[in-house]
Design a protein around this ligand. Structure first.
Ligand code: CMC
Length: 393
């Protein structure tokens, strides 16, 4: 027993070395490849951030052009892959469809997937970044019973996503640039967050040498949970449940009650013990986006602001250093641009798939890479003999 350090939840164990993302949880600092998230949020766009995360440096104009072209080249999915959706009931959770269909990419795109071949790894990165939005949109269309909408490569990344989500063959549809810009910013903020549960899952699965599409699918499954990416969906459900400001004290009391499973969704973080810098950016953005969309009087946003204000003054939350996290306000923006609640975590998955790819690439190229194989502290019975059934009580 003494041979191993007991560290449930990996609170104090570094599982790898990484050059991708830096977090200082006490000071609320988040850097992608050394660059502050605030600067990227203000000046960059999601595809450029994707290049940065995957390749380590900001691209030149030519590099970005080539990267965008490579991603666009792969936006369509195999037609047979589309038929997969017919096997799902219309009300299947989109995260279940996403993880299933992304795992099936291992079957469709195995032709060029030798994990020891750097060019194959590059094509894998392009395919994931290009095809996950198409698969996500197909999942949404399936849930509505609407025809699938093919990607449009003349549109930027997020405009294309909105087009695939909301266009229908019988009507003219033009993407609202405010919505596309808001989505792009949210995607930048969600693109990576070092060794969170889903990224660690991708690394762990990938460390066995499995097909990387299968590893990405395992990341999607890990992200789905309400303690992780599923929190954005849960926040909106919670705000709807709370309903009005008058009910806030009642729900705060529930969140503090250890006999009650209710938690304040969108609050608290394993690493941030000060504010979550992403939440700060999103809160400001929420004001702007709602104003631009003419939805400033959004009652859920008003409620969220009030809830934050009251919780941040409450001793319980102060003592435990519980602040709003990235998911607290993101759902309000998704809603305002017309994304349904059940698709919020899928949005998170699209953005985070870039981080998963970057981490998988880093791990596979690392000569020190070993299969992930944690040890345990055994607490079961000592050795004993098999008892015949006739002797069992
Ligand atoms: N509401 C009420 N109490 C909370 C909350 C909350 N949201 N979060 C933590 N606590 C309490 C917890 O009960 C514990 O209290 P005590 O010390 O008295 O037992 C203390 O704060 C420490 O919490 P913990 O669960 O030990 O902390 P953790 O690092 O294991 O969990 C967390 C982090 C994010 C899972 C947790 O804060 C949580 O469940 N938050 C709500 C879900 C959420 O918003 N998740 C999104 C995280 S950010 C984006 C992402 O990762 O996808």
């Amino acid at each position: 027993h003494d041979m191993f350090t007991f560290d449930p939840g990996f609170m104090a164990t570094a599982s790898c070395e990484s050059k991708i993302t830096y977090i200082d949880g006490d000071q609320g600092i988040l850097l992608y490849r050394g660059i502050p998230i605030e600067q990227l949020a203000e000046k960059s766009n999601f595809l450029e951030v994707s290049y940065l995360l995957v390749n380590g440096e900001l691209p030149t104009a030519q590099q970005l052009g080539e990267f965008s072209h490579a991603v666009q080249y792969h936006t369509m999915i195999n037609e047979s892959l589309l038929r997969f959706f017919n096997g799902f009931q219309y009300n299947a959770h989109p995260m279940a469809m996403l993880s299933g269909v992304v795992a099936s990419m291992a079957a469709f795109y195995h032709d060029s997937m030798d994990i020891n071949n750097p060019r194959h790894r590059e094509i894998f990165a392009h395919r994931v970044i290009a095809k996950i939005p198409t698969i996500a949109a197909a999942a949404y269309k399936h849930s509505l019973g609407q025809p699938f909408v093919y990607p449009r490569n003349d549109l930027d990344y997020c405009s294309n996503l909105l087009h695939m989500f909301f266009a229908v063959p019988c009507e003219q549809y033009s993407v609202d640039p405010v919505a596309a810009q808001a989505l792009d910013l949210l995607f930048i903020l969600h693109a990576d967050h070092e060794q969170n549960a889903s990224t660690s899952t991708v690394r762990m699965a990938g460390s066995t040498g499995t097909n990387p599409y299968a590893a990405i699918s395992s990341g999607i499954s890990a992200l789905w949970g309400p303690a992780h990416g599923g929190a954005n969906e849960a926040v909106l459900a919670m705000l709807e449940q709370i309903g009005t400001v008058e009910n806030v004290p009642k729900y705060l009391a529930k969140a503090k009650d250890k006999n009650d499973h209710f938690r304040l969704m969108g609050f608290g973080h394993r690493v941030y013990k000060n504010f979550d810098p992403r939440a700060t950016i999103i809160r400001t953005m929420c004001h702007k986006v709602l104003a631009k969309l003419g939805k400033s009087d959004n009652p859920l946003f008003e409620l969220a602001l009030k809830l934050e204000e009251i919780a941040l003054k409450d001793e319980y939350f102060v003592e435990r250093k519980l602040y709003p996290n990235v998911d607290f306000y993101s759902g309000i923006i998704y809603s305002a641009i017309g994304i349904p609640q059940s698709m919020f975590t899928v949005m998170f998955a699209i953005a985070r798939s870039v981080g998963w790819v970057a981490h998988w690439q880093e791990m596979i190229a690392d000569p020190a890479m070993k299969i992930s194989r944690p040890r345990q502290i055994y607490t079961g019975p000592a050795q004993r003999d098999y008892m015949e059934m006739s002797d069992r009580g």
